[in-house]
Structure formats: structure tokens, C-alpha cells
Ligand binder design. Structure first.
Ligand code: NAD
Length: 459
């Protein structure tokens, strides 16, 4: 363990030298990040294919493109973000001035996840660099090719004394979590989120937890067949089109009125055939199940005979290649694991309701989700969804796109996590906002000092 402690001490020494605070260092690292993704596009494609069977188009959209966009945005804004902001003071303080000055936390730990092993590791790093921190990156061991690629390549581009990549599994995570950090940014499950938060509590370290949950999609009436085509594409895209449903903001289940269910299923089937052909197993456009643990967990969700009986599309499994066919289930039991746990894979339950208004109560009967999607043109219903439910985000009439908006905060609420990032929110997530108040020595207000008397009370 001396190695890890030595590494951490070296990174802390770099931070304490003050080097990472300068605008020049921040900009040079952000430029290097842009070069890193541009120079290594092919290697990143290969690593993502190896770990997840991710097609280069999907890899560009969800990983390389996300990192390049974030780094460019941060590069153009970092000077503005780090400039202290003037604070307004009441007249009582006159003469005085106030400022809010962002300062870096110090040495931060970023723990990435395996489903988007490049973007969900490097996107937080962009925020940490912009804010002037030194960083230890811990990529997920469950995407080993990407983890090794990052460990080998990042030091060739970014300041190796301030930014280090540490590879390893759960034991290494435990060792890392025993150290004292100035901030921990974790992406992963609620289970490990609790472990991270417990460890952080020992040192009163602030944490951001980007967790998961069951993200519902609400489908209001289907008035126009053309809308239905678009809706089906967006639902299929948000279930199978981004890491095969192994995404924290993937649609977990769909709520629809009973009378529209067959039309929805029909449209989804047609769309899936267009996207993945007659045999999705042969398709290069769908990611594989990322690891054996997730595969076994998904098989377990399908094991229940009542869940099996609810399959209306797909359902076949190949244990040898860890393939699970894109699967639609109609009304699986609400107390089955598939409806009580986050699915995180290519299985889509459709739950029918008598009236779509019941969707609000349904969502509120479960922990607060990371995202809610609602396909509706009814402005009153939209307002009800916004005011009567709580979630990390609400997206009307589309899916997943909220993730790539730098102007919107990304993060959970309740059990889907806390803290937020993206764009300026990433900078804020890795900064302490220091309050600065400056006064002169005159005038002096004597009633603020003892000895107390009734005259001072009236003042
Ligand atoms: P996970 O929590 O099982 O693992 C995350 C990392 O934590 C692992 O890579 C491992 O290094 C470490 N870890 C695992 N067990 C540990 C332990 N006992 N002690 C210490 N460290 C440990 O999550 P996962 O399987 O990698 O990802 C799936 C989960 O992540 C899903 O719930 C998903 O919704 C969530 N997720 C959230 C976001 C988001 O941005 N909110 C993004 C991607 C994934």
C-alpha cells in the first residue's frame, strides 16, 4: 500500500505547489484532453469494441464526442468560470466589497463506470481540471481494455504529476477509499454509493454520487401515426441504442394506457427490425452485455415463470456468447424483481394503466428516478408531471438528449444520487465557493460590541 500512498503524496505535493490553480495549466490540460481524443480515436473505438461491442458510431456519439464537446466548452469558458464574482452587500456593511471566489478542492478521486468507460471517466475529469484540482482517476475494472488504455495513454498527454490513473478491482477501490480525499466523484450503483459515502464520512469528504434507478417513460395518447413512428424510434434508441440498455438514463419501463399497448408494441417491433434486422444477434449496432455479473443478474430477472409468461417479443438467451435478445414484456408482476430493481439491460417491461394520470402515482410509489421521459402534448399533464414527481431530469417527447446539454445540470435526486455536473455545473462540482468580504477600519458601529444595554437593543 506504500505505492498508493506514495502516489497520492506526490499528487498532493503537485497540488500544493499551486501549479494546477493557474489558468495556463488548466487550459493546457484541456487542450491536451482534446488532442488525446483526436489522436486516439481508433484506439478508443477498438477498446470500446473489445469491452462492449460498441459500434464506432455509437462510440463517437456517446463517448469520444461527449469528451471532445465538454473539453472544448470548458476551454472556452474556464477563464470566465474561475473569475471571482462580485457579491452584493446591504447598505449596513458600507463601505465594503464582497466577492465569491471559486477555489479547487485539492486532490480528488474520480471513480468511473464500465458502461461508458471513456466518457463517464473523462467527463468528470474535465470538470476537475477546469476547477484546478489534482486528480486520481480509477476506471472500472469491468471494462479492462479501456481501463488499460487510459492508464497507458493519459500520462502521455496530461500532467503526470497532477493526474494519475490507477487500475484495479474492488480491493484497490477499498484501499483508495481509505485515503483522505478533498472530494470523491463516484459513478455506479446505489450499493457501492453507500460504501463510498460511508468511507468519505470518515474524513468529512464531500461526494458526488451519480447513481442509477428505474427511469420510466410515460406514453400519453397516440393521436398521430407519424408521431408514433418517432416515439418508437426514441424509445428503442433509449432502451437498446445506447449500450444495450446498460445506461443509467436508459428507459427502464414504459407506462401506457391499455388501449394503446398493442399499437406501441407493434411500432417497437417494426422499429427494432429496421434498426437491428431479423436477427439482432448478428447486428453490429447493438452492444453486448458488458460482463458476466450483469449477464447473470439479467438472467435472474427473467427466471421468474410469471415474468417469462409476460414476454411478448424476444426473450431468447445464449449463455455461451452472453447474448440476450432485445425483449419486451407486457405487464410482468409488479412485485417481481424486474419491476422492483433497476434493469440495466435489454429488457423492456410495458405496464398498462386504465388512465395515464395514474402514471404519476405509479412513479411516486418507487424511489426517485434519475430521468423521467414523457411523450405528451398535453400541457396540463406536463405541469402535473413536473410538480407532482421528483427526478434528476424530465424530458418531454424525446429521450437521452438531456445528457448532452452542457447548459443543463446532470445528476440524480434521492436514491438516484446527488450532486450534478456537465458544463459549468462540472466546474462548480469540483470547486468550493469561497466568500470574501473586505472592509475598512472606519466607520465603527459601537452597538455591535459589549457591554450590552437596552439602548443597544433598540439600535
Ligand atoms: P458498481 O457500483 O457495481 O461498480 C462501480 C465501481 O465500484 C466498480 O467498477 C468497482 O471498481 C467499484 N466497486 C464495486 N464493488 C465495490 C465495493 N464493494 N467496494 C468498493 N468499490 C467497489 O456499478 P457498475 O456495475 O459499474 O454500474 C452500474 C450502476 O451504475 C447502475 O446502477 C447504473 O445506473 C449506475 N450508473 C450511473 C451513472 C450516472 O451517471 N448516474 C452512469 C453509469 C452507471
Amino acid at each position: 500500500m506504500e505505492g498508493l500512498e506514495g502516489t497520492l503524496a506526490g499528487v498532493r505535493e503537485t497540488f500544493e505547489s499551486g501549479r494546477t490553480r493557474s489558468i495556463a495549466w488548466r487550459k493546457s490540460q484541456l487542450k491536451a484532453m482534446i488532442e488525446f481524443v483526436q489522436d486516439n480515436e481508433e484506439k478508443i473505438f477498438k477498446s470500446l469494441d473489445q469491452d462492449l461491442g460498441k459500434h464506432p458510431v455509437e462510440a463517437y456519439r456517446d463517448e469520444i464526442g461527449v469528451v471532445a464537446k465538454s473539453a472544448k466548452h470548458a476551454l472556452s469558458c474556464v477563464q470566465k468560470w474561475m473569475t471571482p464574482k462580485k457579491g452584493n452587500l446591504p447598505l449596513l456593511f458600507f463601505p465594503a466589497s464582497a466577492q465569491v471566489m471559486p477555489e479547487p478542492f485539492g486532490v480528488v478521486l474520480i471513480m468511473g463506470s464500465w458502461n461508458f468507460p471513456i466518457s463517464l471517466t473523462l467527463d468528470p475529469l474535465i470538470g476537475a481540471i477546469s476547477a484546478g484540482n489534482a486528480v486520481i482517476l480509477k476506471p472500472s475494472e469491468l471494462s479492462p481494455t479501456c481501463a488499460s488504455f487510459l492508464a497507458e495513454t493519459i500520462p502521455k498527454y496530461l500532467d503526470p504529476n497532477a493526474i494519475k490513473v490507477i487500475e484495479g478491482g474492488i480491493d484497490v477501490c477499498h484501499q483508495l477509499l481509505q485515503q483522505k480525499w478533498d472530494k470523491i466523484f463516484f459513478t455506479g450503483s446505489q450499493r457501492v454509493g453507500r460504501i463510498v459515502m460511508t468511507a468519505a464520512a470518515q474524513h468529512l469528504t464531500p461526494v458526488t454520487l451519480e447513481l442509477g434507478g428505474k427511469c420510466p417513460a410515460i406514453l400519453d395518447s397516440i393521436s398521430n401515426p407519424n408521431n408514433m413512428k418517432v416515439i418508437a424510434k426514441r424509445i428503442v434508441g433509449a432502451k437498446w441504442g445506447s449500450c444495450s440498455g446498460q445506461a443509467c438514463i436508459a428507459i427502464d419501463y414504459v407506462l401506457v394506457e391499455e388501449k394503446f399497448a398493442s399499437c406501441l408494441i407493434d411500432s417497437l417491433r417494426k422499429t427494432m427490425k429496421r434498426f437491428y434486422g431479423e436477427s439482432p444477434r448478428e447486428s453490429k449496432s447493438i452492444c453486448k452485455i458488458g460482463n458476466e455479473t450483469n449477464f447473470k443478474r439479467l438472467l435472474n430477472l427473467l427466471k421468474d415463470p410469471l415474468v417469462q409468461a409476460s414476454i411478448v417479443h424476444g426473450g431468447s438467451v445464449d449463455e455461451e456468447t452472453m447474448f440476450i435478445e432485445p425483449t419486451i414484456l407486457l405487464n410482468p408482476p409488479l412485485d417481481s424483481q424486474i419491476m422492483t430493481e433497476e434493469i440495466f439491460g435489454p429488457l423492456l417491461p410495458i405496464i398498462t394503466l386504465d388512465n395515464i394520470q395514474e402514471s404519476i402515482e405509479f412513479i411516486n410509489s418507487k424511489p426517485k428516478p434519475l430521468a423521467i421521459y414523457a411523450f405528451t402534448k398535453d400541457e396540463t399533464f406536463k405541469k402535473q408531471i413536473l410538480s407532482k414527481t421528483s427526478s434528476g431530469s424530465v424530458t418531454f417527447n424525446d429521450t437521452l438528449v438531456q445528457f448532452i446539454c452542457d447548459s443543463l445540470p446532470f445528476g440524480g435526486v434521492g436514491q438516484s444520487g446527488f450532486g450534478r455536473y456537465h458544463g459549468k455545473y462540472s466546474f462548480d462540482s469540483f470547486s468550493h465557493e469561497k466568500a470574501i468580504l473586505q472592509r475598512g477600519f472606519f466607520p465603527e458601529l459601537e452597538p455591535r460590541y459589549p457591554p450590552w444595554n437596552n439602548f443597544k437593543l433598540q439600535f
